[in-house]
Ligand binder design. Structure first.
Ligand code: SGN
Ligand code: CA
Length: 522
C-alpha cells in the first residue's frame, strides 16, 4: 500500500471515532465494477474487431476513451463460477476451491468484498452471482438464482425470498444498482458489483432490440469452417459447434410449432424456456419479429436450394444478431450508470471497471461457448476509468488476469493485500512505466463433460501459448504472432525446439509458483 494511502486510511479511521458522519466523509475512491457474462472482447468496439463497425458499444468505449483498455487481459479458468470465485479471492481455482461450475463457494474464506467492507466501504452485489452459497461481505445483495433468466426474472432477496420482476434482466439489474446507489450510506466510499446475465446463452435480446441488426450482414470469422486438423484430437470431439450443436428452437429461435411440415436437421433437443416466461404481449412482439424471418428461412430450407454451409451461415447470422442485441442492452445500461455518476457528481472520485467472466467464441473455430484456452475464450474484457490517475486513451499491453482484481481493488481503497493472494495489483501499470511485470500467465480448465471440452492446462507469454491435455497426454504449442487464429500446433516442429523447451520450463515454473496440484488422473 502507498504510504499516502496508509496515512489517509489511518486519519480516516481515527477521525471517524470522534466526528459524526455528516461532519467527516471518507474520501477514498468509490469502485463500480460492471460485469457481464460471456462478453467476448470481439464484441466490444474499443477492441477493434471485425464486428466493431456493425456493432459499436459507445458506452463501454467511453471507458476506453477516458481511461484504459487492456488488450492482454485473461481469465485463469474460462468458466463462470470459477472466474467469479477467482475475482473475489485473488486466487487460482485450485486455491479457492471453486474449480467447476457445479461447486459451492466456501463463503468462510477471505474475499475482497469482506476486506473492503471491514476496511470501511459500503458494499453491494446485484445481478448474476452463480456461486451457490449466499453472498458474504456485502451490506446489500440481490442476485439471480443460478444462471438467472432474461425475461421477467426472479431475484433472490437477502431474506431468502424469491421475487419475480416484470422486465428485462439487464435493465432490472441496473435499476436495482442505481436504486442502491441512491439509498447507500453516503458517509462511506462504496464498492458496487453490478453483474449482468447477458450476453450468456440463450442469447435473448430485449424486445426493443430484436430487429437492431436486421439490416446488417455480420462479418464471419475466417475459421467459421474449421476442420480441427493439426491440433489436439480432442478439438474434433467438441459439442459446441454452430453447425452440429446450436439447437434450433433453443438457440436459433425457430420454434417447433412454427415449422409446419419442414423437418430441420439435428440438434433439436431443447424447448424455449425464455419464450415461455414472457407475457402474452411480450410473446406477440417476439412473434411479430421472428415469425416472418423464420417463415422465409423455412421456405428457403424446404426448397432444397440451401447448401449445408448456407444453413451454418444462416445460423451464424441468427446467433450473432441475438448475441449482439443482448450486448447492445448491456452497453446502453453501462451508459445509464455513467450518466448516474455524472448527475450525482460522483464520476471524478469513482473508479469504473467493465469486465466479463470470460470470453466467448463468436463463430471462430465454428463455435459458440468458451472453456478452451484459445484466445477468444481465454481473454476477458478489461476497461477501467479513474479520472486523474489513468491517462485517457491508455492501451496497456501487460498480461493481466482475474487473480489481479482483488489486489487492485484493495490498492485503490488504500488497504493491504494478504500474502496468500496470488494476483498482483495492476495500479502500477497505470503510470505507464511499470518494470518487471509478469512475463506469463497460467491457465487451468477442470470441468468434465459439458460441451465436451477436455481438462487442459497451459501457459501464455506475449508471443507463445503451450497447452497440455492430460487425458490424451497431448501438447500443443502456438506461435500467436504467426498464427493468431491458432490453427496449427508447432509443438513437434524442429524449428520451435527452443521455444518448446522454454515454454515447458515456464509452465513448470508457474505451476510451482502457484502451488498447483498434480494433473487430474496423475
Ligand atoms: C449453461 C449453458 C452452457 C454453458 C454453461 C456454462 N447451457 O449450462 O451452454 O456453457 O451454462 O456457462 S444452457 O442451456 O443452460 O444455456 S457459464 O457462463 O455459466 O459458465
Ligand atoms: Ca460465463
Amino acid at each position: 500500500m502507498h504510504l499516502h494511502n496508509r496515512f489517509v486510511l489511518f486519519v480516516a479511521i481515527i477521525l471517524s471515532h470522534f466526528i459524526t458522519a455528516s461532519a467527516f466523509a471518507d474520501e477514498r475512491p468509490n469502485i463500480v465494477f460492471i460485469f457481464s457474462d460471456d462478453h467476448a472482447v470481439n464484441a466490444i468496439s474499443a477492441y477493434g474487431s471485425r464486428l466493431a463497425d456493425v456493432a459499436p458499444t459507445p458506452s463501454i468505449d467511453q471507458l476506453a476513451k477516458e481511461g484504459a483498455v487492456f488488450f492482454n487481459s485473461f481469465c485463469g479458468n474460462s468458466i463462470c463460477g470459477p472466474s467469479r470465485a477467482t475475482i473475489l479471492t485473488g486466487k487460482h481455482s485450485h486455491k479457492n476451491g471453486f474449480m467447476r461450475n457445479g461447486n459451492k463457494f466456501d463463503a468462510s474464506q477471505w474475499t475482497v468484498a469482506k476486506a473492503l467492507q471491514a476496511g470501511g466501504y459500503n458494499t453491494a452485489i446485484i445481478g448474476k452471482w452463480h456461486l451457490s452459497s449466499d453472498p458474504v461481505g456485502f451490506d446489500f445483495w440481490e442476485v439471480l438464482p443460478g444462471q438467472g433468466s432474461y425475461y421477467n426474472p426472479v431475484f433472490i432477496q437477502m431474506d431468502g425470498q424469491r421475487q419475480r420482476f416484470e422486465g428485462y434482466a439487464t435493465d432490472l439489474t441496473t435499476d436495482k444498482a442505481l436504486a442502491w446507489l441512491d439509498s447507500r450510506d453516503k458517509a462511506k466510499p462504496f464498492f458496487l458489483m453490478c453483474q449482468h446475465k447477458a450476453p450468456h446463452r440463450t442469447f435473448a435480446p430485449p424486445l426493443r432490440f430484436l430487429d437492431a441488426f436486421d439490416d446488417v450482414e455480420i462479418p464471419e470469422p475466417e475459421n467459421l469452417f474449421d476442420s480441427y486438423a493439426n491440433r489436439s484430437g480432442t478439438l474434433a470431439m467438441n459439442e459446441m459447434e454452430i453447425d452440429r450443436h446450436f439447437d434450433w428452437a433453443y438457440d436459433a429461435k425457430v420454434r417447433k410449432d412454427e415449422r409446419g411440415d419442414v423437418v430441420l436437421p439435428k440438434p433439436d433437443r431443447y424447448g424455449t424456456p425464455e419464450y415461455n416466461r414472457m407475457t402474452p404481449e411480450q410473446k406477440k412482439t417476439w412473434d411479430d419479429h421472428f415469425g416472418p424471418h423464420n417463415q422465409q428461412f423455412l421456405r428457403e430450407f424446404a426448397s432444397g436450394d440451401m447448401s449445408h454451409e448456407d444453413v451454418v451461415r444462416w445460423k451464424y447470422q441468427r446467433y450473432m444478431r441475438n448475441y449482439l442485441g443482448t450486448v447492445k442492452a448491456v452497453d446502453e445500461n453501462v451508459g445509464r450508470v455513467l450518466d448516474y455518476l455524472d448527475e450525482n457528481e460522483l464520476s471524478e472520485n469513482t473508479v469504473v471497471i467493465y469486465s466479463s467472466d470470460q470470453g466467448f467464441f463468436l463463430g471462430e473455430h465454428g463455435w459458440y461457448d468458451k472453456r478452451w484456452m484459445f484466445e477468444e475464450s481465454f481473454k476477458m474484457p478489461f476497461l477501467i476509468r479513474w479520472p486523474g490517475v489513468i491517462k485517457p486513451g491508455s492501451k496497456p499491453m501487460e498480461l493481466i488476469q482475474n487473480i489481479d482484481y482483488a489486489p487492485t481493488f484493495l490498492e485503490i481503497a488504500g488497504l493491504d493485500t494478504p500474502d496468500e493472494v496470488q494476483g498482483e495489483s495492476i495500479v502500477p501499470i497505470f503510470d505507464g512505466a511499470v518494470k518487471g511485470w509478469r512475463r506469463s500467465l497460467y491457465y487451468t480448465y477442470y470441468e468434465l463433460g459439458e460441451h465436451a471440452v477436455p481438462q487442459h492446462f497451459g501457459v501464455r507469454t506475449d508471443r507463445h501459448k503451450l497447452i497440455y491435455f492430460p487425458k490424451t497426454d497431448e501438447w500443443n504449442l502456438f506461435d500467436l504472432k504467426r498464427d493468431p487464429a491458432e490453427m496449427k500446433s508447432v509443438f513437434d516442429s524442429p524449428v520451435y525446439r527452443r521455444v518448446r523447451e522454454s515454454m515447458v520450463a515456464e509452465f513448470k515454473r508457474l505451476r510451482k509458483q502457484y502451488d498447483a496440484p498434480p494433473f487430474p488422473g496423475q
